[in-house]
Design a protein around this ligand. Sequence first.
Ligand code: ATP
Ligand code: ATP
Lengths: 212, 212
Amino acid sequence: KQQYLVAGLGRFGSSVARTLYGLGHEVLGIDLNERLCEDLKTEITHVVQGDATDLDVLRAIDIEQFEAAVVAIGTHFEASVLTTLRLKQVRVPYILAKAVSWEQVQVLQLTGAHRVIFPEEEAGEHAAYRLLNRHLVDYLRLDATVSVVAIEVGSWVGTNLADVERQSGLTALGVFRAGRMVAVADSDPLAPQDKLVLAGHNSALQALTRMR
Amino acid sequence: KQQYLVAGLGRFGSSVARTLYGLGHEVLGIDLNERLCEDLKTEITHVVQGDATDLDVLRAIDIEQFEAAVVAIGTHFEASVLTTLRLKQVRVPYILAKAVSWEQVQVLQLTGAHRVIFPEEEAGEHAAYRLLNRHLVDYLRLDATVSVVAIEVGSWVGTNLADVERQSGLTALGVFRAGRMVAVADSDPLAPQDKLVLAGHNSALQALTRMR
Ligand SMILES: Nc1ncnc2c1ncn2[C@@H]1O[C@H](COP(=O)(O)OP(=O)(O)OP(=O)(O)O)[C@@H](O)[C@H]1O
Ligand SMILES: Nc1ncnc2c1ncn2[C@@H]1O[C@H](COP(=O)(O)OP(=O)(O)OP(=O)(O)O)[C@@H](O)[C@H]1O
């Protein structure tokens, strides 16, 4: 059971806080905005109304006890950077920060955030891919060039995994059928409700957007 | 080569627009904010400064020609809903909308958006999981209860896939090694840079957050 600090209780911050709490961990949230603090008070361990850039505030909440901190103060650039620097200053072991621009990603990384995310940018990219191929359920990146893709069988119904691999340029990892992953031979016909889990290069992911 | 409309050129909207354009499609962006329009002018096919809720504006941009539209007007609730209703009214075949609250998700679905996403909420959840298990690369949902997980081998190094499956409660789909998916027998030792692609129930995904 670990303790986490979430600085900034906007949409992203409150979602991180609630998820951590729902998984059984202690979560302290801090925000300048009184209403946001009120909203979240009953949903996580503890909420403090205050300034996360203020060293006295951080010391008052016993900052040394925290396993990790999330800086979820996106649009307030100075506050986002200063909070990250403060958390570094008081030696929080792990800092995850949200950015809302590419400049901010770099600044946060250089000021000591161990991981920086830019959710609207990533979500926009995912939405574009899903718009272009309505059968695309989702994808995740294994690294900068290789992704794992989940896709509805679509027009591949009745064909088999060997056909899918040949046409898509992707490697079949498995078939999701009737609520679970099933072992399917390369020549077995694919069924209407199947979802395919495939892996491959970005170029193949892009090629999927030209398929129907 | 298809035409897409993106209404709202904030961080999410501009990301969708740029991704669609980068994949070779024609993208028209519309926003009330002149500066945002200026910023994006050279990056997509065409940008119009205007009100996406205005039927005359939509007709002036030849709305019938669009394959699909994205309503990326998150925080302006009425504009987000009215734009969705207008796009429905002029029969755009497919509408994807961004929401910033659970109420808005439901309203947009009921007013005709074919797909509604709530990126900050989903990103917050993902960030929480990755914070709890630093080896977690990412995960995607196959449905409400089953996910595909990409995870660094971590303390499983030197063990094998049979051990991983037994300890994690997840099914091994493949191993990512040296930049590609490799066939690994259940008893082969896993290497330090390996990333494992696993699938299983949410309960198993949650269990990963208690492992180190
Ligand atoms: N110095 C500070 N100390 C604590 N909280 C702060 C500070 N500065 C800003 N905040 C809070 O951070 C929260 C998130 O900021 P903001 O809404 O600008 O970012 P965002 O990344 O766009 O948010 P969202 O997560 O909703 O997309 C706000 O609720 C704001 O009150
Ligand atoms: N009626 C409208 N017509 C066109 N654009 C609009 C209209 N109303 C709002 N917008 C634009 O929608 C954009 C996105 O809105 P807003 O920033 O409130 O949403 P958001 O979802 O928080 O954005 P982000 O994608 O940056 O997270 C803004 O740039 C705004 O100018």
